[in-house]
Ligand binder design. Structure first.
Ligand code: EPZ
Length: 418
């Protein structure tokens, strides 16, 4: 099994071009189900997860071709069944539900099952489809949804903010008869990206990026070319890497506005952060100063950067209180950081981190995507060699990570781990 050997201690210095956003690309790929006309997506990162999604779309009958980071889809779907053996590999597969229902009036999608960071139910997705007129049954581990006469517009009020449920509701509403109002929606930049691509395909959506989105249903969508936004979580990961290795990194092709909450706390912890329209430069000023964070839906501090920030707090000057409010089990990186000498105490959704002068080399294990990259960051600060096993988790969300970090002075290489 693939592992990563990291010889840390070097300050990261240089430029990194940020790739397309995984969490924008995954719902955007599902738009290939919504029209038989060609949809050409640019800047689609080549990741385990995007490759899995392309495979799922082919399973549905969509013609999918990839040329570098450009994916072209045409032909629409010929079957509406997303089987367990595909869906269980990636939760985002549930995002085929809205498109299949909207375009074909039926969908049979396996319940995704849990994952490392929590049970991650899909009740909000199901209720949104029902609000638009679908008949939905949960049976045999599947969501079985039908809308024989097509979907009809409605008012959906989300009791809690959900990125995926917002995306499924949005994709379903664009082909529903009449207008829809989606209230208390997620405001992540990836939602606006999905809405903007749908509008390029002929949808009529306004309000994306705010907490209420209005949709005027249309008969059909047409061909479009669209470029996926850059990955704010990848950029945030590298920004933290610069701050915690005493480095100086310039991140290219990223809008700083998508990372305000992180950049504010990086400045609080002593880094110098400068921005232009499409670059962010992070320069460390000595050892980071401890700071507290609470994760929150966008524009709050992203839960997808919590593990990475915790890695930085493990070597910060002072104590940090980290509150994870989005997922019930997103501290899987803690036991592994403890193996590296960190001082962390967890009580429910709160982790108290007391900064150490330095961590120590240790073999550790990746458990989920963001936890695994937090271990990479921790290892980059440690003189001596650390080994991280099960790094297939990393490959789900970071393209060419070794190359990008290696070009900035990091010493890491893939190894075989028993
Ligand atoms: C998306 O997951 C992202 N994944 C996650 O990134 C991210 O952590 C999460 O949003 C929060 O920002 C993709 O975009 C592919 P949610 P999603 O629905 O949509 C609960 C990564 O590392 N909930 O916003 O599944 C849920 O349990 C991944 O790239 C329900 O209760 O997240 C959670 O507590 C990890 N019922 C909260 O809402 C539902 O029907 C927020 O989840 C749906 C969600």
């Amino acid at each position: 099994m693939d592992g990563l050997e990291i010889k840390g201690g070097a300050a990261l210095r240089g430029d990194i071009v940020i790739s397309g956003a995984k969490n924008a690309a995954l719902p955007l790929l599902c738009l290939g189900l919504m029209s038989s006309a060609p949809l050409v997506l640019g800047n689609v990162p080549e990741l385990a997860d995007t490759i899995l999604m392309e495979g799922l779309l082919r399973h549905h009958g969509v013609e999918v071709t990839r040329d570098g980071e450009t994916v072209t889809m045409r032909g629409g779907a010929t079957n509406y069944d997303a089987p367990y053996e595909l869906v269980r590999k990636m939760r985002a597969s549930v995002l085929v539900l809205g498109p299949l229902l909207a375009r074909y009036g039926e969908a049979r999608v396996s319940l995704p099952g849990g994952c490392a960071i929590g049970t991650r139910p899909v009740d909000l997705h199901v209720r949104a489809m029902q609000e638009l007129g679908a008949v939905v049954e949960l049976a045999d581990g599947y969501i079985q949804a039908r809308a024989p006469g097509g979907l009809s517009g409605g008012r959906i009020v989300f009791p809690t903010v959900s990125v995926g449920a917002t995306e499924n509701a949005l994709m379903a509403a664009v082909l529903a008869r009449g207008s829809s109002e989606l209230v208390n929606v997620a405001r992540e930049p990836e939602i606006a990206d999905l809405a903007n691509c749908l509008n390029a395909m002929g949808a009529k959506i306004i309000g994306q990026g705010t907490d209420t989105i209005m949709v005027e249903g249309v008969e059909a969508l047409h061909a479009a070319n669209y470029t996926v936004i850059s990955d704010r979580i990848e950029a945030g990961t590298f920004a933290i890497a610069a701050a915690m290795t005493g480095g100086d990194l310039t991140l290219k092709g990223i809008r700083a506005r998508t990372l305000d909450a992180l950049l504010m706390v990086l400045r609080e912890s002593g880094a110098t952060v400068t921005e232009t329209d499409d670059t962010i430069r992070v320069v460390a000023n000595g050892r980071p100063i401890a700071a507290d964070i609470t994760t929150d839906p966008f524009p709050g501090f992203p839960t997808d950067l919590q593990a990475q920030f915790m890695a930085m707090m493990c070597i910060a000057d002072g104590s940090s209180r980290i509150s994870e409010t989005i997922f019930e089990n997103r501290f899987m990186h803690v036991p592994e950081l403890l193996r590296m000498g960190a001082d962390i105490r967890v009580h429910g959704g709160i982790a108290m981190v007391r900064g150490r002068d330095a961590l120590t080399p240790a073999p550790v294990m990746a458990t989920d995507l963001r936890a695994s990259v937090s271990l990479v960051l921790a290892a980059l600060t440690i003189e001596g060699k650390s080994q991280i096993s099960r790094i297939y988790h990393l490959d789900r969300g970071y393209s060419r990570l070794e190359e990008k970090l290696g070009n900035c002075g990091a010493k890491l290489r893939r190894i075989k781990v028993a």
